[in-house]
Design a protein around this ligand. Structure first.
Ligand code: UFG
Length: 338
């Protein structure tokens, strides 16, 4: 009998790609989202890719009664939690909004998971490493104190999961994502930033399509080979597949420890300038960019040691950055109707 996975925030960028991979791997998927930061584009795209309508529940996980009702009415084997606010700058300006939403929703999910014997996968972030002393970072690298309420909620939610697993005999996995980019090869789902994008790749594609005048590259005087920051850009479909491996590990009872953490990255650092050049080259477009002052709060160089995920989850990034940037561009053109 197939197992059921609940995806909170399943209509968003990462959630929609994970939903597709889970469904294609044979899981029954329930999508739940309050649609506070997205529209129906990705949900419709998911259904088009899969050729079927997936169950969708419009709800807010900050509503404890609704959360418990959902778990009571469905036999949910695992829950993956994406439903959270994610804008670093906004979290600095509105910490209460971030703490209320991101912490309450996860606590309600943990309570329901405890009550109903559900495995929990938490979407964490490389942000927990801050500016690492040594790169690449392993899961053993120290967490640095968070520089934003957003980052703080990622650390706190990891700790909530660890403590609930220890206290209640639950099983949980935290995946620490590096920089997820790209779009589904079908160009039917992708990133849909509201307003001016904060992240690099949507800003690049919007500049290339003419929605933005010029890309600012924040800082070219960093102590890196070309002076721009180094990151580990992970393809969104590769990232989504890591979730299938992690859910398999939980539901098949193959965990070594009841709470496990995995880095999800490529292990290859790329500079901002290298990424910009790769985008221009693979897509044959000229990008209008200029060097601008450093952006406050940016770390200089962060990339993953993903070997634990390879050993334990049997997962490894396979897509090239060229494939990923071609998919991101195809998605932007799809949105523009081109
Ligand atoms: N960058 C630019 N110009 C832009 C946008 C970004 O030069 O217009 C640069 C940044 O300075 C950085 C790199 O591109 O060097 C990547 O920036 P992103 O904003 O795409 O990603 P970050 O590494 O800053 O963000 C990641 C995750 C976030 C998380 C954050 C916390 O994507 O979800 O780390 O540090 F919150």
């Amino acid at each position: 009998m197939s197992k059921t996975v609940l995806v909170s925030g399943g209509a968003g960028f990462i959630g929609s790609h994970v939903t597709v991979e889970l469904s294609q791997a044979g899981y029954d998927v329930i999508i739940a989202d309050n649609m506070s930061n997205c529209d129906e584009t990705n949900y419709n795209g998911v259904c088009a890719i899969l050729g079927k309508k997936l169950p969708f529940i419009k709800m807010d996980f900050c509503d404890q009664a609704a959360t418990d009702k959902l778990f009571s009415e469905n036999k949910i084997d695992a829950v993956i939690h994406f439903a959270a606010f994610k804008a670093v700058g906004e979290s600095v300006a509105e910490p209460i909004k971030y703490y209320k939403n991101n912490l309450d929703s996860f606590l309600n999910i943990l309570q329901a998971a405890k009550d109903h014997g559900t495995h929990v996968l938490f979407s964490s972030s490389a942000t927990v490493y801050g500016e690492p002393d040594v790169a690449p970072v392993t899961e053993q690298s120290p967490r640095k104190s968070a520089t934003s309420p957003y980052g703080n909620t990622k650390q706190m939610c990891e700790d909530f999961l660890r403590d609930c697993v220890a206290a209640y005999g639950m099983h949980g996995i935290a995946l620490r994502y590096f920089n997820p980019i790209g779009a589904h090869p079908s160009a039917l789902i992708g990133e849909l930033p509201r307003g001016i994008p904060n992240n690099l790749v949507p800003f690049i594609t919007q500049t290339a399509i003419g929605k933005r005048e010029c890309l600012n590259i924040f800082g070219n005087d960093y102590p890196t080979p070309d002076g721009t920051c180094l990151r580990d850009y992970i393809d969104i479909v590769d990232l989504a597949k890591a979730h299938v491996c992690a859910v398999n590990r939980m539901v098949e009872g193959r965990m070594d420890e009841p709470y496990e953490i995995f880095n999800i990255g490529t292990g290859r650092p790329l500079s901002v300038l290298e990424l910009v050049n790769a985008f221009q080259q693979v897509n044959g477009v000229k990008l209008n960019y200029r060097f601008a002052p450093r952006r406050e709060g940016d770390t200089i160089a962060v990339w993953a040691d993903p070997s634990l995920a390879e050993r334990k989850l049997g997962w490894k990034a396979t897509r090239t950055v060229e494939e990923t940037l071609a998919a991101a561009w195809a998605w932007e053109k799809h949105l523009a109707g081109k």
